[in-house]
Design a protein around this ligand. Structure first.
Ligand code: AHR
Length: 321
């Protein structure tokens, strides 16, 4: 059978192929794998687990060699991890600082080794902001303010509040406490009658709430919890005391994890202010920019939403954490 293509086409194709085979290809240097050390606080809450997943999965997607360290809630473990990242010669160090103070010496070591440091999630207190390249996280003060404003409207500016604080000395506990206190002070009918740390843990929230109920009984009208896990622990304590969370006691919390939004939709928690843990993409975009010598904003904040009975159920199907 006669070919439908003219013989000229075959000749041209053959010529192109021969040319391609004979042209020397410039050798590409092998692409360098970026090494990032991430000093995580621990695994105290569902929020933290979602944060770890975001950091690990995004590193994997981008082919980044992530050295991950879980400090189990201890600053000394985090500092040790940062020192080991320096010794391993990582390209960038990322820290979610457990507490706000005590970072300058190890940050100076990283600076001497010319390794940029990104602070993520939590800020630090330092007189020398040149010790870190940038901060990526949420505005904890704003979250506390949003929680207090929501409560003032919902309660009509009246009620006795017990506060479940996060980890002592941490930026979210300090800022959420201060903002809430500042806002509530404008309403003479709202009173914080007790405040204790539950360390951002569900078990801590439950234990502290049990103690509050024992001490104050029915005088408690409102729980303000620095995170959802402690609020969910408080829900258990309230139910075990024969009371109805969300009805007998108003609960306002922070994080907006899926389980808390479900509790809002079920009427057991009244409000949760979002604090997104999904930093992976932003952090590694920043790593790439820093390594390319580009300037990045010193502080970049997420925009967070408020969830209550009006919007919780609608938010559930697309909730990522
Ligand atoms: O730093 C963010 C806080 O840490 C979250 O609100 C809390 O759930 C977490 O453990």
């Amino acid at each position: 059978m006669k070919s439908l293509l003219p013989s000229r086409v075959f000749l041209t194709l053959a010529g192109v192929l021969t040319l391609a085979l004979l042209t020397p290809v410039a050798a590409q240097p092998p692409k360098k794998t970026i090494k990032v050390g991430f000093a995580q606080t621990g695994a105290e809450s569902a929020w933290r687990t979602a944060n770890t997943v975001s950091m690990k999965s995004e590193a994997e997607k981008r082919g980044i060699d992530l050295k991950f360290s879980d400090a189990q809630g201890k600053q000394e473990n985090q500092i040790r991890a940062v020192r080991s990242f320096i010794t391993q010669g990582v390209d960038v160090i990322v820290i979610a600082p457990i507490v706000e103070t005590g970072w300058d010496p190890v940050l100076r070591e990283a600076k001497r080794a010319k390794i940029p440091v990104i602070l993520t999630d939590r800020t630090i207190q330092t007189a020398d902001e040149s010790l870190f390249a940038c901060f990526i996280g949420s505005d904890f003060y704003e979250e506390g303010r949003l929680a207090a404003d929501w409560l003032a409207k919902f309660s009509g500016g009246k009620g006795n509040i017990v506060e479940l604080q996060g980890t002592a000395g941490s930026a979210p506990a300090n800022e959420r406490r201060k903002a809430f206190g500042d806002a509530v002070a404008k309403y003479p009918g709202l009173k914080i009658i007790d405040s204790q740390s539950g360390d951002f843990r569900r078990s801590g929230g439950k234990e502290v709430m049990e103690a509050f109920i024992k001490k104050h009984g029915k005088a408690i009208n409102i729980v303000y919890s620095h995170n959802d896990d402690m609020a969910l622990g408080a829900v258990q304590a309230i139910e075990e005391a024969g009371l109805k969370p969300g009805k007998d006691i108003t609960i306002v919390a922070i994080d907006a994890i899926k389980e808390a939004i479900e509790a809002v939709a079920a009427g057991k928690i009244n409000c949760t202010v979002e604090c997104s843990p999904l930093f992976g993409p932003k952090v590694y975009d920043t790593v790439a920019k820093l390594l390319a010598g580009q300037t990045v904003p010193k502080k970049a904040y997420n925009k967070d939403e408020v969830f209550d009975a009006k919007n919780a159920a609608a938010a559930l199907p697309s909730r990522q954490y």
